[in-house]
Each structure stands twice: as structure tokens, then as C-alpha cells.
Design a protein around this ligand. Structure first.
Ligand code: ARG
Length: 847
């Protein structure tokens, strides 16, 4: 059962007192019926905060092989009502002998004073029960011997089929179930009670008809009823099933429902679903026939006031998120600054009215994490729009905080809860199954200690990259990428990063439908990798809500990733090399495709050549472009990496140029050594290389610029011709190891050639491989990179040559005969080729 922290106190004041119950008019009762629905007045003790012993004397606990599994209600000395799904697994009913009924229990810890146990003789389930969402989720248990009725053990009244429970009525659900999702009731396991409002069928259907994450919708069926609140937060939960939902009428408690199911627990717009008891009057009567005394079905004390037939439906009220609203990005109403005397302020986030989440390392000595700070009294928390600083009552560090970066979290409790309004307002937290879509709009916000003033807000804009990219960059080859719905292990945003040292930490806020979630946190300090990876908060939701009861975990608000979105993304990581991942392309973004290995090589301030990052400090380029014929000195060169339009980007100076000696004076490929390493990021990542010919089944592209002035990357699809065809077309002019390409219709003029564009192929596994660099002035001819493996590997340490697979591209040349059509073909090789294409089997083309 989930309930608001303060609820039990409120509850006791509202519930009618024993005296009221006794004084109220006694309804007509059938002579042979047993007295029902009246707790023993003397058993109720005034004051206290938990459900008082004896308040709900019909509540039983159903134990399966010795532990509590479900609740139930006593309806007659030998009969207990519960939910079918407690007893049916994989379509079969579990044996009655494995179950025991505990009656008169209050706390399930220690000696069960006044409680007694009964074996189960039979379990009866309606024939048409199959699964909870299809209804008829009820069961009757016949006890092996009658229960001993007494102050703590009494039956509840059952409603007749004609009984109408008025929508909006406050009723009570009880049980020993979880206090929140994945958060079991703590010792001493005292029976919990929660007040729930009956929701009209239309209102409930309206809430459940709005598709939730993973397009969850659900059809409410006859025989079901809903109770709870559109805003959630009070509900039954796992372990409460089978327990009763009771409403008081005329001094008696009638069981309106049986706890059946829900979506999560206490979530917004997802009220609990109960089996309505009244419609099952006939079924219950038929099962208990002949047993004396049987359950009581008192006549409804008063007809509901709302006129004939169904009471009027309330309208459909959809609750809106109470967390994560910000007036504008950057003005975060949850931004909390924790002031600890003697150290720099620590930035955290307000997650509820009383709790602030911040990095544990702000407060704890990572070497001696058990040296808890003692002077909490002097600590202060600054929150937006609060006239005074808040005081701190308690610090709770995550249990793994000291050794696990991903768990570097602590919760600080404020001495007094703050009033939530436009500000301060808590940030929303994700559930474990939350799937932030690739391309989500995110922002970086300050997290932990940082010396620098916040950067300009445009620089803090970020966009989430796909899980595949993020996971495979940091994961292993062949690793499985978590599917949507599984918690991610890392979050990678693309953002414009400055080339500066910044030791501050950042949190990652991602927006869905105008609501901001705290998606992840990262500590960039002291890490030369300057990680672009954030640790997701997904796994910490249960811990945060366990400590800070009433934290704002919010369902995913955007889930429409389209028919061909996520499904087409590969779920295993492509081959890595010993130096890690290469050639992983982040998915398309509104700024266009990201080509993290495409480098602009600015030569002597007068031209720009295309280059490809092949290792953290090496770029491969075409010699003829970077070294002009006749020049004797090495020109000044600067290399820029990063995506189009993004500035500032990663820039490096070229400190040396290496040419392979064995190819004579003007070899086609040049390696440029950069002044310092470029760490992997969405903006800069080395490409893979391939030693043999071409990876099998790859699709290939010439990557260049439409215009060397604006340098927006464009890719033109090409097919690579077999060596024989290439040789036949271009005859003697070709140096060995030249690749010839054929452009796909309409792609020829996509990129210019003066910058010597590279030829890339995308492997079936999804990684990109550099196969060639354009030869001087040519669109079709490329110097192959593969044959230069030895030279490249010797020159560059961390180069990514993938292990060869499939057949080599350069097979031993067979016959030297060229297809006869070529011999007489007039004009250029291109027109010869068009003729040829009509004559040759497609197998000659590799694409
Ligand atoms: N099926 C759960 C059980 O077996 C009860 C879940 C009720 N959930 C809810 N959100 N109301 O205990």
C-alpha cells in the first residue's frame, strides 16, 4: 500500500470513531445471517498512528509455504474471499494444502498474539477466470475448520448484486503489501490502511485510455471497479492483492472490491483496479451453499441519493505532473545549493517537499565514508524563491556512494517541508523502465561542486544519442544493448563542448512534453576522458523514493518513436578493436547526420582538405590535397572536428606529416599527427579500418562537402566496382590498389572533389570503415587504405583495423580479358560503364 507520509495521522481523525458506529441506525438484517461488518468497539484504541488492532477484523493474511503472499477477507467462519490470481499460476490452481490463513493478525513480526491459523480445505475460482486484465479475479477459500470469531476476527458484510456504491465515496483498502513499488512494508509489518475514493467507470476508463509508455492502455470490464486518485500517490500495491476494499454504510462495513491489479503503484492517472464484489453475489452464494452460517448479504442501508439507475458520472479529470515544470530552461525551480561551512557550495536538486538529492562526495570523505559529518546544524540549503535558507535535519548517503561513481548520491532532509509552488518545485525522476528517446531535448545543469560560473545557456543544450551508440562506445563488442523498457547503463548526450578545463559536475535534465526529468548525473572532474556519459538515475528511483517518501517519480510522457525508429537500431555492438570502439555513428539529429570522424584540414590558411580521424591523434588525408606539388616546406595545418554548425569545435594543430616511403615520391595517402589526443565523443570518434578488401555486405558512400566554403557534410551513395572491371575501364592509368566507384543515380554531383573526399563503407554490424581517399581531381578513383595496413599500424599506435572477414576484395586476377562491350565503347569510361551495366550480371558490382 502506498500512501502519503502524513496520511496515517490524517486518517485517524477522519475515520468514524467506535461510538459513532454503535449509535448509527442498525440496518435490517436477515435472521439467519451472521453479524457482519462491525469491528468490536472495545478493541479500538484512541490515538496512535498505525492501523489500530481490531479495526479491520475481517482482514486475513494468506501464507503460501510460510510467507505472506496475498490478503483476503473473512466473510463467514469457514470462508475467505480473495483474488484468483493469488492462486493460479501458469493456468493451474496451486494445491490448497500449500496455503494457510492467518486470522486476527495485526503485526506480522514476532509472536502473533491473538492470531490463529487455519489450513485451507479448498480453493474455488470462477470458471471464466484466466488473467487479471480479463476480470473475474476472485477466489473463495474454504477453511479446514471454522475461524474462532472474537474481537480481532469478524466477518465483513457482502453487497448484494443490486448494491450501488456511489462514485466519490471514500472507502478503505488494507493490507501488508509493498509501501511503494519495489519497497516492501518494513518490520514490524503492521497492517496498513489507506483511504481511496471510488472512481466512476467512465472516469477510470478515461484515465486508462490515455496510452502510457509502451502504448499501455487497458479496457475496464464489467465486474471491475477503480479506486484511488487521478494524482496517484495513494494506492494498493504488490502483496495487497486479494485484500478488501470496504465502504461504510449505515454503521456497517461492506466489501465493495477485492484488490486485483494496477499499473505500477500510486502512479499518476493509474488508479488501482479492484474486482467488484456485488456482481458476484450469485457466484459466491452458489459456492458456499449449505455451509452454516454463510456470509451475510445485508440489504443496502440507504439507496444511493443520486436518483434512479447509475449515479451520475464525474467528468474525466486527468492529473498533470506536479514536478519538472520550469518557467524557461535554465531557471530550474528545483535547483538547490547546499552550503556546508568551510567548503564550496554543492549543487543538487529538490526531489520532494523535504528532500534534496546531491552527490555524496560533496559531504562525505570518499576515503572514510563512514566518518559521517556531525555539524548538520550549521548546514543550509538555498532554494529558489525562498526568503530564508532551509536547515538540514538528516543526511542519507547511498550505500554504494563511496566506491561507485554511478551511486555517488546522497539525500538531505530539510528540517521542515517547503511549500511546493511554481518555485521551489521538485524535478521529476524516471522509473527504471523509462526510455528517453534518442534525439530527446536535454540540458546540462550544475551538479555538485564547481568553481566556474555557469556557461552561457546555449552551450548547455544537449541532445540524447541512441542507446546503441552510447552503449557500444563504452561497452564491449557483441554486448547486448538494453532494449527500450530495460534500464539503460549509460546516457550519452551530444552537446557543444568547449575545449577548456572545467572541473564541475553536471546533471542531465531531459524534457518530455514540457516536463523536465533528472535523467542522469556525471562527474567530469579529474577525468581526462571528460566523459560524455551520464550515469542514469533509472536504477536509483526505488532508493530515492524509499528514503524520501513522496519523491516525484513520473511515468514516461513521450514514447512515440515511430514505426521505424528504435526497432531498426541494432541491439548488439559491432566489432571493437583492441583499442575499443570505432566507426560508430550517432543517429541522425536535426543538425543532420553526425560524422564524428570527418575532419577539416585547413592548410596554410588557403584551402581545406577532407581528413578522417583514424586514431586519437592521427588524421588520414590525401597527399595531393595537403601537400601541393612543388612546395618544399610542410605547411601550417589545423584540424577541426565536430559537426556542422557547432562551434567551438575540437581543434588541433598538425605537428607532423608521414608518408609511406615504399610508394615513391608522391604516395597517395598521408598521415597527419595532431598536437594532442582527441577523446571519443559524439563529435569526434576514430573510424575503423579494414586490412583486406571490403567488408562483406557493406554499403559505401563518398563523404564530402557540397561546397568547400560552408562544409556541410554530404554523403553520396556509391557501388565499388570489382578490380577487374575497374582495370578494364581505366586500363593502364591505374596504380595498383585503386578503387573505382559508380555513383547511384543522381548522387554524382553531391560533393566537390578539390578537398579529396574519402570513401567509406558501413558494415552490416553498423560500424563505419574508411576504405579509400580520392585521387587527384577524380570523383571515381580512390587510393585504397587496406593495402597500407603495415605502414599505418607502424606509424599510428592505436589504429582500429578490424579483423578481416569474408572474402578479400582483391582476388587473384583471373583472365585478363575485359568484356568485349568495353573495347568498342566510345567516349569516357563512364559511358562505357553504362553500356556495360546493361550487359553484366549484378554480381560484378559490390554495393
Ligand atoms: N497484483 C497485486 C498483488 O498481487 C496488487 C496490485 C495492486 N496494484 C495497484 N496499483 N493497485 O498484490
Amino acid at each position: 500500500m502506498t500512501q502519503h507520509l502524513l496520511l496515517p495521522l490524517v486518517v485517524l481523525a477522519i475515520r468514524p470513531l467506535p461510538g459513532d458506529l454503535q449509535d448509527s441506525a442498525s440496518p435490517t438484517q436477515e435472521a439467519d445471517d451472521l453479524d457482519c461488518g462491525r469491528p468490536e468497539p472495545s478493541a479500538r484504541i484512541m490515538g496512535g498512528s498505525d492501523a489500530q488492532p481490531g479495526t479491520w477484523p475481517w482482514q486475513v493474511s494468506l501464507h503460501h509455504r510460510g510467507s505472506h503472499v496475498c490478503g483476503g477477507s473473512l466473510i463467514a467462519p469457514s470462508w475467505v474471499l480473495s483474488a484468483a490470481h493469488c492462486f493460479v499460476s501458469n493456468g493451474t490452481l496451486e494445491p490448497a494444502a500449500e496455503w494457510a490463513v492467518l486470522l486476527g493478525v495485526h503485526s506480522q513480526d514476532g509472536p502473533l498474539d491473538g492470531a490463529h491459523v487455519r489450513a485451507v480445505a479448498a480453493i474455488l475460482v470462477p470458471d471464466n477466470y484466466s488473467s487479471v486484465e480479463l476480470g473475474a479475479d476472485l477466489a473463495l477459500l474454504r477453511l479446514a475448520s471454522p475461524a474462532r470469531l472474537g474481537p480481532a476476527v469478524r466477518p465483513v458484510c457482502l453487497p448484494r448484486a443490486s448494491h450501488r456504491f456511489v462514485h466519490g465515496t471514500a472507502c478503505w483498502a488494507t493490507g501488508w503489501g509493498d509501501v511503494q513499488e519495489a519497497d516492501p512494508l518494513p518490520v514490524p509489518w503492521v497492517l496498513q490502511e489507506v483511504r481511496l475514493k471510488l472512481l466512476g467507470e467512465a472516469a477510470c476508463q478515461c484515465l486508462y485510455s490515455r496510452p502510457g509508455p509502451f502504448n499501455l492502455t487497458f479496457q475496464l470490464l464489467p465486474g471491475m471497479l477503480c479506486a484511488g486518485y487521478p494524482e496517484g500517490r495513494r494506492d494498493t500495491c504488490q502483496g495487497d492483492s486479494g485484500g478488501p476494499l470496504v465502504c461504510e454504510e449505515g454503521g456497517r462495513w461492506f466489501q465493495a472490491g477485492i484488490t486485483s491489479f494496477g499499473f505500477g503503484c500510486g502512479r499518476r492517472n493509474r488508479p488501482g483496479v479492484f474486482t467488484a464484489v456485488a456482481p458476484y453475489e450469485a457466484w459466491i452464494r452458489a459456492q458456499v451453499m449449505g455451509s452454516e452460517p454463510g456470509p451475510a448479504f445485508p440489504i443496502q442501508p440507504q439507496e444511493p441519493q443520486s436518483g434512479p439507475g447509475e449515479p451520475r458520472e464525474e467528468n474525466c479529470t486527468i492529473a498533470l505532473p506536479e514536478c519538472g515544470k520550469a518557467p524557461r530552461p535554465g531557471a530550474w525551480p528545483w535547483e538547490a545549493q547546499v552550503i556546508v561551512p568551510g567548503s564550496r557550495p554543492c549543487h543538487g536538486a529538490l526531489v520532494s517537499e523535504s528532500w534534496v538529492l546531491a552527490p555524496a562526495t560533496c559531504f562525505l570523505d570518499p576515503i572514510n565514508p563512514d566518518d559521517a559529518p556531525r555539524d548538520l546544524g550549521a548546514w543550509r540549503v538555498l532554494l529558489p524563491s525562498r526568503p530564508r535558507a532551509e536547515r538540514v535535519a538528516r543526511l542519507v548517503a547511498h550505500e554504494n556512494a563511496s566506491w561507485d561513481d554511478a551511486s555517488d548520491l546522497a539525500l538531505l532532509q530539510l528540517r521542515a517541508p517547503v511549500n511546493l509552488s511554481a518555485a521551489p518545485r521538485p524535478v521529476c525522476l524516471p522509473h527504471p523502465e523509462h526510455y528517453f528517446l534518442p534525439g530527446s531535448r536535454c540540458r546540462l545543469a550544475r551538479w555538485g561542486r564547481g568553481e566556474r560560473a555557469p556557461r552561457s545557456s546555449a552551450l548547455l543544450e544537449a541532445e540524447l544519442l541512441s542507446r546503441w551508440w552510447c552503449h557500444c562506445l563504452h561497452g564491449r563488442q557483441g554486448a547486448q544493448v538494453p532494449l527500450p523498457g530495460d534500464p539503460p547503463r549509460a546516457l550519452c548526450p551530444a552537446y557543444r563542448e568547449e575545449e577548456e578545463e572545467d572541473d564541475s559536475g553536471w546533471s542531465l535534465l531531459c524534457q518530455e512534453e514540457g516536463t523536465w526529468f533528472l535523467a542522469g548525473v556525471a562527474d567530469l572532474s579529474g577525468n581526462c576522458l571528460r566523459p560524455r556519459v551520464f550515469s542514469p538515475l533509472h536504477d536509483h528511483g526505488p532508493w530515492i523514493s524509499h528514503v524520501a517518501r513522496g519523491a516525484y517519480l513520473e511515468d514516461q510522457l513521450a514514447w512515440d518513436w515511430g514505426p521505424d525508429g528504435e526497432e531498426t537500431e541494432p541491439h548488439t555492438c559491432p566489432p571493437h578493436t583492441e583499442h575499443g570502439a570505432c566507426g560508430l555513428q550517432p543517429e541522425a539529429s536535426p543538425e543532420g547526420l553526425l560524422w564524428p570522424w570527418l575532419a577539416e584540414v585547413h592548410v596554410a590558411g588557403d584551402r581545406v582538405c577532407a581528413g578522417i580521424l583514424v586514431a586519437p591523434s592521427w588524421v588520414l588525408a590525401a597527399t595531393h590535397c595537403v601537400l601541393r606539388l612543388g612546395s618544399t616546406t610542410v605547411p601550417h595545418m589545423e584540424v577541426y572536428l565536430g559537426w556542422a554548425g557547432a562551434s567551438p569545435r575540437v581543434s588541433r594543430l598538425v605537428v607532423s606529416i608521414r608518408l609511406p616511403r615504399h610508394l615513391g615520391l608522391r604516395p597517395p595517402l598521408a598521415l597527419l599527427e595532431l598536437s594532442s589526443r582527441v577523446e571519443p565523443s559524439p563529435a569526434a570518434l576514430p573510424i575503423c579500418l579494414y586490412p583486406g578488401g571490403l567488408p562483406l555486405g557493406a554499403s559505401c558512400w563518398v563523404l564530402g562537402w557540397k561546397d568547400p566554403q560552408d562544409r556541410v557534410p554530404v554523403a553520396a551513395a556509391v557501388s565499388i566496382l570489382t578490380p577487374r572491371l575497374c582495370h578494364c575501364l581505366y586500363e593502364s592509368v591505374l596504380p595498383p590498389g585503386t578503387l573505382c566507384v559508380l555513383y547511384t543515380e543522381g548522387q554524382e554531383d553531391k560533393c566537390e572533389v578539390t578537398s579529396a573526399p574519402p570513401l567509406l563503407c558501413r558494415t552490416q554490424g553498423g560500424s563505419w570503415v574508411l576504405v579509400g581517399m580520392a585521387m587527384r581531381g577524380s570523383r571515381e578513383l580512390f587510393a585504397a587504405v587496406g593495402p597500407e595496413e603495415a605502414w599505418i599500424s607502424q606509424t599510428v599506435g592505436e589504429v582500429h583495423f578490424l579483423p578481416p572477414s569474408g572474402s578479400p576484395y582483391w582476388p587473384p586476377e583471373g583472365s585478363n580479358l575485359c568484356p568485349p562491350a568495353l573495347a568498342g565503347a566510345p567516349g569516357s569510361p563512364r559511358s562505357a560503364l553504362s553500356v556495360l551495366l546493361l550487359l553484366l550480371p549484378p554480381a560484378l558490382l559490390q554495393g
